[in-house]
Design a protein around this ligand. Structure first.
Ligand code: GLN
Length: 519
């Protein structure tokens, strides 16, 4: 079935002339028609625009074939993708899962989207998200909850739950998401797919509607590690419009996969990854660190078993495994829930009924603000704005915000020390598999705990990936998280790829009841 293809498999078939992008895009649109009533991954669909982009891609392919320069084509040419609805696509409704932006039309493309379109990708639509990316289940979306393709009674994770479910249910070949505290990795884990959060500064945030600006990063949700490498290579790079994007060359991430050659032997890791602490004349296998603080009471036993088995697979492939410590791990949650809401309270001040989106008039300016924000924001967003404004207010700033920033430094230093001893850190992505819709909705604290293993990485600004590593007794997917140093995506991808080649978890598909008309 065409909709089941990975990006790299579809790219090969497009090049070989076995399929056209229009056929592929139609197949995926049919799939969406067949299953999205149940999954509810998309907030906005763009079938006409997608088919026009696909036709343009087919013309491009035909011209390249005639000119004999197929090798220069982007692997994303003609590939149908989905975009989380916090990322701007020019001329398209961009809601952020919020009532306040219900009718907001983005006036420009995010840089990541611009790069995808320049590569010839096809944009199918915008995917559901927790309101302003605040949440771990998509239940905070103002529109509807997305359902997990593995069990429709369960959440897909969040906040990029729409993108993760769309990939897992074959409603797109791959998708963009965003990760402020785990929102790419955690839904990838809960939906049994690959989710990569790049290093802070690797991908431009221009056109990503801000939640926590020092934490936000656009990431990719894909069917396998090769696709993650392809997408990252397309969207990464310096952007003068985002002053925090780094001016570093973008490596060929797929080359990292070729060198890993499915064995974690001495030349498995691209040499840039070791530049600071290894000389090429003394090559050795990658060192994997297992942080003892990530195997805590409360973790679902099947998750621990699957992750420990995955680490054994890495050892069998030739990696050296070491126990390590990230001693400030238990402080990541309180620190994150001071810093992220503080930044959110400032970022969301712009929704004032005057500049963007919803505007509810009042007798006074103040009354207009109160009504617009009162009606436009949902309860979780209001909770975060209040928490953040409180932490930033005079008299509390030093006790909360400043203290949180100081502890953030300690968390970052934990990683610096650990990543001097090891190349990659391995641990669970999420303490549990997908939970039931409604199970945590009334208890914000238990919802916050869903990201206990992912938040620290954003506080430290580093990169991480979640790859499928098993299933629990109920048949729900489990994710292995690999974390790496700043701009060490090649190392992460090489280790993740070697693991993926040695296992078959990523090939399993949810048995969705509905089947597409083409089946
Ligand atoms: N669940 C976390 C939060 O609610 C992380 C969300 C995210 O990464 N966008 O803030």
């Amino acid at each position: 079935m065409l909709h089941e293809l990975s990006v790299h498999a579809a790219a090969e078939m497009l090049r070989a002339g076995e399929i056209s992008s229009v056929e592929l895009t139609e197949a995926v649109l049919d799939r969406i028609c067949a299953v999205d009533n149940e999954i509810k991954a998309y907030l906005t669909l763009l079938p006409e625009e997608a088919l026009a982009q696909a036709a343009a891609a087919d013309r491009h392919l035909a011209a390249a074939r005639a000119a004999g320069n197929m090798a220069e084509l982007s692997p994303l040419l003609g590939i149908p993708l989905a975009i989380k609805d916090v990322i701007s696509v020019e001329g398209v409704r961009t809601t952020c899962g919020s009532q306040i932006l219900e009718n907001y039309i983005a006036p420009f493309h995010a840089t990541a989207v611009e790069k995808l379109l320049a590569a010839g990708a096809v944009i199918l639509g915008k995917t559901n998200t927790d309101e302003f990316a605040m949440g771990s289940s998509t239940e905070n979306s103002a529109y509807f909850t997305t359902h997990n393709p593995w069990d429709l009674e369960r959440v897909p994770g969040g906040s990029s739950g729409g993108s993760a479910a769309a990939v897992a249910a074959d409603e797109c070949l791959a998708a963009l998401g965003t990760d402020t505290g785990g929102s790419v990795r955690q839904p990838a884990s809960l939906c049994g797919i690959v989710g990569l959060k790049p290093t802070y500064g690797r991908v431009s945030r221009y056109g990503l509607i801000a939640y926590g600006s020092s934490l936000d990063q656009i990431g990719v949700l894909t069917k396998d590690v090769t696709d993650a490498a392809l997408l990252l290579g397309t969207i990464a790079g310096h952007d003068p419009r985002d002053s925090t994007s780094m001016d570093l060359p973008v490596p060929d991430y797929t080359a990292a996969l070729r060198t890993s050659n499915a064995r974690l032997t001495s030349d498995a890791i691209p040499c840039t990854a070791h530049a600071s602490h290894r000389t090429p004349s003394h090559p050795r296998p990658p060192r994997i660190g297992v942080p003892r603080e990530y195997f805590i009471a409360g973790i679902q036993p099947e998750v621990e078993t699957a992750v420990r088995a995955a680490i054994q697979v890495l050892a069998d492939l030739g990696a050296e495994v070491h126990e390590i410590s990230l001693p400030h791990t238990d402080l990541a949650l309180p620190v994150y829930y001071l810093i992220a809401p503080a930044e959110a309270s400032a970022n969301l001040a712009r929704y004032d009924g005057i500049r963007y989106g919803l505007s509810v008039p009042g007798d006074t300016l103040w009354e207009g603000y109160r009504r617009t924000r009162g009606q436009g924001f949902g309860p979780e967003v209001k909770r975060r704005i209040m928490l953040g404004a409180y932490a930033l207010s005079a008299g509390y700033y030093d006790a909360y915000y400043l203290k949180a920033q100081q502890v953030r430094t300690l968390i970052r230093q934990d990683f610096e020390v650990a990543l001097r001893q090891v190349d990659v850190i391995a641990c669970p992505t999420s303490p549990t598999t997908a939970f039931r819709i409604g199970e945590k909705a009334a208890d914000p604290l238990s919802m916050y705990l869903a990201d206990i293993f992912t938040l620290s990485l954003n506080l430290a600004g580093l990169c991480g990936i979640s790859v499928p590593c098993g299933f629990d007794a109920a048949g729900l997917p489990i994710g292995l998280q690999l974390m790496g140093g700043a701009f060490q995506e090649e190392t992460l991808l090489a280790v993740a790829f070697a693991y993926e080649q040695a296992t078959a978890w990523h090939r399993q598909k949810p048995a969705l009841v509905a089947s597409s008309p083409t089946e």
